[in-house]
Structures are given as structure tokens and as C-alpha cells.
Design a protein around this ligand. Structure first.
Ligand SMILES: *Cc1c(COP(=O)(O)O)cnc(C)c1O
Length: 356
């Protein structure tokens, strides 16, 4: 259709959107979801709250009391403001939009979270990926050189990183923050409940740091909610590119409800952390498997033949993610989300049959 070429941007036409597989009937260990459901009686209580929501009204654009509750419940520093996004994916897009000056660049270690480069592309901002070391730690020489050479508008540091699970060294991060003193450094703490380590309390030590989080990996991927925490001057600018009413009423109400039950999500994360250790140890004992250290709710595992292992798991109706083709440093690597104990046991059984 030539009309497509007339209408749609050439760089958009070139994107091959990768298909998200239908996981119906599968053990789903591909997307870092919390595998545990909300325990009784929370679903009943929540449904009563949701039934009272005025669906005919637009959501409150700046839900002050909800934001105050969020700040209080999640130990967000008093001198910081919060911006809510429809998932942190939307916040990442808002950051790219707000920073898309002509010639601007967005920099992140590579391999990293795909949305950093995707959002840059959509906003016509150049993306600079700085390769990690082969052990998937930060290559500080390369990072500092790239920051000097490219003077990026934004530096993303996922803490811990996806898809590697690496928790970058705090002293290295501080050096990057100080070196990137003309850039905004976004510390992406999507896996904070699994890493139990945060930069949140240090935001106001610097004038160029914001912290981003999401509820997706800790049990609420379906409600699409991320939040950006930073000094009011930063948050105020990003708020200007926020689509109006971006957080729908059902999400606002669910968040309000869940903030009273964070202990439930924390207990589920604790189970996942325990399972992460068990899985890492068990997979590490299999021949031809190397497990990278992970502070997230997934493990990155290098095997001899990633496609063969992926296919063997599919044969047993277990879905993981083959990240081999994402980056040269990830050759023959699989990303396995930590599931419930019996799911992990089934995964291990298949891995034992396949790797020996
Ligand atoms: C999953 C993930 C996100 C996206 O989270 P959503 O809130 O679901 O959009 C952001 N950053 C990293 C590093 C992630 O792994």
C-alpha cells in the first residue's frame, strides 16, 4: 500500500513489532509478573470498592490525597514530588518527549530495558547504548567516556538492570551521577521489592537525579501504574507532557486500596526472593548452564543452545524469554521469571532433562 509510505514516518514503517506470544495454558515465566494472586478476602473487598467508582466521570488529574498516601506509604522523601504514569513505560515516553531538543541524546548501558531506546526513537532522539562488561557489570571507562563524548540529556540506569538482573555498584552509579552533571539521571527501580536497595532517599543530594518505580513487577501489572519521584522542578516539567487523565479511575481506586495492603505484596516478593535463590542454585548445578547474579525476580541463564532449551520448555508448556538475539553480550541467554514453587519445580525438571 503506497498510501502507508505517504502517511507513516519511514522509521516507524521499518520497526518490526515483535509478537507477544499467547501464553494461554502455559506456565508463564516470561514477563516478570508476580505469580501470586491476591489472597482472600482482598479480591472481594476490592471489588466492592471498584463497584462504587463513578465510571461516568473523568479521573481526578492530580489526586492529591492519593499522592499523599502514596508518598507516605512508600517512604518518598517529603521534599520530592510524584508523577504517575500509565505504567513506567508512559513515564519513559514522557521523559523522551520533554527532552527531545534537536540533537539531544538518551544514553543507557546495553543490553538494557528496550523502552529506553524505543522511546528515544519515537521522539526523534538519538539513543546511545554503552556495552556492559562481559560479566554484565557497568563498564565504567566506557560509560564515563560516552557521557563526556555525547553529553546526553538523559542517562538511564535500571537498578537492577533488565534483562541482566545486575544490581549496579552504588559507587559506580554515584560517579556517573557526578560525571553526568549536565544530564538527568533516571534510576529505574522497577524491581525494588526484589533488590531491597534504593536511591530514593538520596534524590535531593543531587540536582540531576529522579527515581522511577512501577507496581508491575510486584503484583499489579494489570493496573498499569508507574511513578516518577524527583525534586518538584523536574516533576513539574514532565507533568506538562502528561496526557490528561492518564491514570484511569479503576487504577486510582485499586492503588488506593492496595496501599493499605502493601504487606501482602511484600510477603509475596519475599517468597519470590527465596525461590530465586533456590532456582539459581539448582540451575547453577546443571552442566552447561551459567546463572548470572540477579537482584530481580528473574534469572539470566547462559546455556549452550538457547533455542533448544527454549523449545524444550515450550514442549512442556513453559514459556520463558529467549534474549539471545537482543545483544551480542546475551548470546545463548535465556531470561526466566521466578514463578511459584511448583512452577519452578516443573521448570527445573525440564531443564534437568534438557541439560545434562
Ligand atoms: C518492566 C520494566 C519497566 C516497565 O514497567 P511498566 O510499569 O509495566 O511499564 C520499566 N523498567 C524496567 C527496567 C522494567 O524491567
Amino acid at each position: 500500500m503506497t498510501i502507508l509510505r505517504d502517511v507513516i514516518r519511514a522509521d516507524i514503517l521499518e520497526i518490526t513489532s515483535y509478537p507477544i506470544p499467547d501464553a494461554t495454558g502455559f506456565i508463564k515465566l516470561d514477563a516478570m509478573e508476580n505469580p501470586y494472586a491476591l489472597p482472600w478476602p482482598l479480591p472481594d473487598q476490592l471489588s466492592k470498592r471498584l463497584a462504587q467508582v463513578a465510571l461516568n466521570r473523568y479521573p481526578i488529574p492530580h489526586p492529591r490525597s492519593l499522592l499523599d498516601k502514596l508518598k507516605f506509604s512508600l517512604q518518598i522523601p517529603a521534599d520530592c514530588d510524584v508523577l504517575l504514569g500509565n505504567g513506567s513505560d508512559e513515564l519513559i515516553n514522557m521523559i523522551a518527549t520533554a527532552c527531545s531538543k534537536s540533537g539531544a541524546k538518551i544514553l543507557a548501558p546495553a543490553p538494557g530495558f528496550v523502552m529506553y531506546s524505543m522511546s528515544a526513537k519515537l521522539a526523534h532522539v538519538e539513543f546511545v547504548g554503552v556495552p556492559l562488561n562481559v560479566d554484565l557489570t557497568l563498564n565504567m571507562v566506557a560509560m564515563l567516556k560516552a557521557i563526556t563524548a555525547y553529553q546526553p540529556a538523559v542517562v538511564y540506569l535500571a537498578y537492577p538492570n533488565n534483562p541482566t538482573g545486575t544490581l549496579f555498584n552504588n559507587a559506580d552509579i554515584e560517579r556517573i551521577i557526578r560525571a553526568a552533571n549536565r544530564s538527568l539521571v533516571v534510576i529505574d527501580e522497577a524491581y525494588q521489592l526484589f533488590a531491597q536497595s534504593t536511591w530514593m532517599s538520596r534524590i535531593s543530594e543531587f540536582d540531576n537525579v529522579v527515581v522511577m518505580r512501577t507496581v508491575s513487577k510486584s503484583g499489579l501489572a494489570g493496573i498499569r501504574l508507574g511513578y516518577l519521584v524527583g525534586l518538584p522542578s523536574w516533576i513539574n516539567e514532565f507533568d506538562k507532557v502528561r496526557p490528561p487523565y492518564n491514570i484511569n479511575v479503576l487504577t486510582q481506586t485499586t492503588l488506593d486500596f492496595m496501599l493499605d495492603h502493601l504487606d501482602v505484596l511484600e510477603a509475596q516478593a519475599a517468597k519470590s526472593r527465596k525461590e530465586r535463590s533456590r532456582l539459581a542454585e539448582a540451575i547453577g548445578e546443571l552442566s552447561g548452564a551459567h546463572v548470572f547474579p540477579s537482584a530481580a525476580n528473574f534469572l539470566l541463564v547462559r546455556v549452550l543452545d538457547a533455542t533448544a532449551v527454549f523449545d524444550a520448555l515450550i514442549g512442556e508448556r513453559i514459556l520463558i524469554k529467549n534474549v539471545s538475539k537482543m545483544h551480542p553480550l546475551l548470546a545463548e541467554c535465556l531470561r526466566i521469571t521466578v514463578g511459584m514453587p511448583d512452577e519452578n519445580t516443573q521448570l527445573l525438571a525440564t531443564l534437568r532433562k534438557t541439560l545434562h
